[in-house]
Design a protein around this ligand. Structure first.
Ligand code: SF4
Length: 343
């Protein structure tokens, strides 16, 4: 049976009219599935019993469910979310004193091979459906209300998977999350974080979604970045930079460059100079991420002194820079740590 949430509003209208219903019923059903996030037909109390029976005999609703919760000592919550076919993804709720952020997954596993990332060790099994992405947001919104008393304020596509490799579903999920008739969250509070696929960055800019873009850069030296993120051999740094220039021209929004500093990998003067050079002619801010090691390998050592040197050099060159403190490291919920480890 088809999940009702796979239907567009037009297809929903067509289905209801074929049941002999008035077309306005479609917006009532849409409201139940996308604004009220109904998880069953029984909840749709303003629909007649007869219509609910018809819907039940033709469609189903397959909500994603929280299977396991781990709470960090810093308040970060990692959820193992079970999908209708038994696959699991991880979604994280990161509370601070002013905001609650949901870090959501876009794929089961990942087809890319970033060396520092635990998710890369999992094979990509499939892309998430639109509803499965939206469900993570709804589940974390409810969790935020329960644990912090505040609604969800921000969403980052930084969980499992490369969002731009699940392009249509991620775009449609963002439309649903920001649709005033669905979740009605501001797209300005949504960030799509990509490992950097130039063609798709430009395509995302063309969608005019008004979301923010973050790029995992980690090195502005071509051969080093190719070692850190081997798939990126397919594109030059110049192509990536051009796509960022295009992004800014088309959307007006500043791009965040995500950057970890590892001892012996990207902690030299030449690395800092290459980053400063990359930041020329493109509107960016740099976010230094305090990396959480995922093992004993070459990415095990964060270089704190070099982080400070990066910050000084960026500030001196008037390039905005922030430092992202690690959250949820004790439960493997931090950046690069999502790997369904305890399931
Ligand atoms: S960092 Fe992102 S794109 Fe790279 S392997 Fe991990 S999940 Fe995939």
């Amino acid at each position: 049976m088809t999940d009702l949430r796979k239907l567009s509003i037009e297809q929903l209208t067509e289905a209801l009219v074929s049941f002999g219903e008035k077309s306005f019923r479609a917006s009532q059903v849409y409201d139940w599935i996308w604004a009220k996030n109904a998880r069953s037909f029984e909840e749709m109390s303003n629909l007649s019993l007869e219509l609910r029976k018809k819907l039940t005999s033709h469609f189903d609703i397959n909500p994603a469910e929280i299977h396991q919760v781990q709470i960090s000592k810093d308040g970060t919550i990692k959820n193992a979310v079970r999908l209708h076919d038994g696959f699991m993804v991880e979604s994280v709720m990161i509370p601070t004193s002013e905001r609650s952020t949901a870090c959501v997954s876009s794929q089961v596993g990942c087809s890319l091979d970033c060396e520092f990332c635990a998710t890369a060790k999992l094979k990509r099994m499939r892309n998430l459906e639109v509803a499965e992405i939206v469900d993570q947001v709804v589940l974390i919104h409810r969790q935020s209300l329960e644990f912090t008393g505040r609604p969800l304020s921000n969403i980052v596509f930084m969980g499992m998977g490369e969002p731009l490799m699940n392009f249509p579903n991620v775009v449609e999920a963002i439309r649903k999350i920001s649709d005033p008739k669905a979740l009605a969250m501001s797209p300005r509070r949504i960030t799509v974080s990509t490992s950097g696929i130039p063609k798709m960055i430009m395509k995302l800019a063309d969608e005019k979604l008004r979301v923010n873009l973050a790029l995992s850069l980690h090195s502005a030296i071509e051969h080093k970045r190719n070692d850190i993120m081997p798939f990126s051999k397919a594109f030059s740094l110049e192509e990536i930079k051009n796509s960022l220039i295009y992004w800014h021209r088309e959307t007006g929004s500043i791009i965040t460059l995500e950057y970890c500093v590892w001892g012996g990998i990207n902690d030299g003067k030449e690395d800092i100079e290459a980053l400063l050079d990359f930041c020329q002619d493109v509107m960016v801010k740099v976010n230094i991420i305090q990396y959480n090691p995922i093992g004993e390998g070459k990415f095990a050592r964060r270089n704190i002194d070099a982080e400070a040197q990066y910050i000084r050099a960026l500030e001196k060159n008037n390039i905005p820079v922030t430092v992202r403190r690690s959250r949820g490291a004790d439960i493997d919920a931090a950046c690069g740590q999502l790997a369904n480890k305890n399931l």
